[in-house]
Design a protein around this ligand. Structure first.
Ligand code: DSN
Length: 411
């Protein structure tokens, strides 16, 4: 980054500082990952200079012959990867993508079913402080107190009672597989549109490690930067019947010009995910998550739903006499990044909830195997159990550094 260092040494130094933090720390934030150098090069390319409002062959600016080819590659690869009928690769990120889906399909005030935020849902799935909860009439389903799982009979009961226009299945903090087929059957019974937000699990679906909603659902949105391991951004996939409405809603409805450098990086991501190694990656992410959950449970932690089917888990840390915020802070001290999380029926406040959410997408990318992952889980347990013991925390930090040096991030 010679040019950057010459022009702006402050930003150059901060980027280097962040690179060191990433290299020397363990990333367990379930929504984060490390992109390949190829994806990063596409993101840092001259495509950032271009305006290309419109779609392939129908732009409102000249000079888009190359951009058309880039976007076409992204579309074709995405269709091949997920087997979807139609995809819009222009959404700038997850919440705007979800907004575009609502605008395309329902009217303000219409009824929608979505998973409640503190039960694992997402802000854009109907939380009152979010545009989704302000504009639409959301009814939220929950997980069961005893099992930590969604009970599809309860979802059906709510759907039959509320008769929503749309049923939304998806999550930010739920560690179990969703029954896509059952959601579709319920939606058909009440005549609702089916919308899946697979932001967290898109990479696991692309890697064929878990089932896809695409055969069943009308519309499926995802960010591209979580388990899918691409640039920050999003896509919306749908059945052909919704294609026109979705495209119109993304542009000109929600957005102006797409970010063409990001579209190119999405195309690179889909290409990478089409390779057989990505299937091994997806399988390993889940194996590592299961190993981490098992190790934490063996150390006396309560994991919501007692385990995981995907890359993430929500850990109730209060049995160790610590809050989610304190756990996040002590883990930061030893070089482990996590995110505090509410647990279902949490008696504590969202800013200092009872849990932390952990995920294995990023550590699996840097090559952590089951043994490494178990070592990380042991370090988590020791740090959370000894939050005030400076000598202990120092020695845990050293062991984390050793693990990171053994598995360098960008060789
Ligand atoms: N903020 C993301 C997450 O951490 O799950 C979802 O948008």
């Amino acid at each position: 980054m010679k040019n950057l260092s010459d022009v702006d040494s402050a930003i150059f130094n901060l980027i280097n500082k962040e690179a060191m933090r990433q290299e020397d720390g363990i990333e367990l934030i379930a929504s984060e990952n490390y992109v390949s150098k190829a994806v990063m090069e596409a993101m840092g390319s001259c495509l950032t200079n271009k305006y290309s409002e419109g779609y392939i062959g129908k732009r409102y600016y000249g000079g888009n012959e190359v951009i058309d080819e880039v976007e076409l590659l992204a579309v074709e690869r995405c269709k091949k990867l997920f087997g979807c009928e139609h995809v819009n690769v222009q959404p700038l990120s997850g919440s705007p993508a979800n907004a575009a889906v609502y605008f395309a399909t329902i009217k303000p005030g219409d009824k929608v079913l979505g998973l409640q935020l503190d039960h694992g849902g997402h802000l854009s799935h109907g939380h009152p402080v979010n545009f989704s909860g302000m504009l639409y009439n959301f009814t939220q389903y929950q997980v069961e107190k005893e099992t930590g799982r969604i009970n599809m009979e309860k979802v059906r009961e709510i759907a039959m009672r509320e008769k929503p226009k749309m049923i939304l299945a998806g999550f930010s903090a739920y560690s179990r597989n969703l029954d896509w087929k059952k959601f579709k059957e319920i939606a058909d019974e009440v005549g609702a549109i089916t919308f899946a937000d697979i932001a967290h699990i898109a990479g696991l679906i692309a890697g064929k490690a878990i089932d896809s909603p695409i055969p069943y659902f009308d519309i499926v949105s995802t960010t591209t930067h979580k388990t899918l391991r691409g640039p920050r951004g999003a896509i919306i996939m749908c059945k052909e019947a919704f294609a026109k409405a979705i495209d119109k809603s993304v542009f000109p409805g929600m957005q102006g010009g797409p970010h063409d450098h990001s579209t190119a990086a999405k195309a690179v991501t889909f290409e990478e995910a089409l390779h057989p190694e990505f299937q091994t990656y997806a399988k390993n992410v889940i194996e590592n998550a299961r190993a981490m959950a098992a190790e934490l449970m063996a150390s006396g932690f309560k994991i919501i739903s007692d385990g995981t089917d995907n890359h993430l888990m929500v850990v109730d840390v209060t049995s160790k006499g610590i809050s989610g915020k304190e756990a996040e802070q002590v883990l930061d001290l030893v070089g482990i990044s996590s995110s505090r999380s509410t647990i279902p029926f949490d008696p504590r406040k969202p800013m200092d909830p009872s849990g932390v959410r952990l995920g294995t997408a990023a550590i699996t990318t840097r090559g952590f195997d089951i043994q490494d992952t178990k070592a990380v889980a042991k370090a988590i347990a020791q740090a959370i159990e000894n939050p005030k013991d400076e000598a202990k925390l120092k020695s845990i930090r050293e062991s984390i550094l050793e693990l990171c040096r053994k598995r360098p991030l960008y060789k």
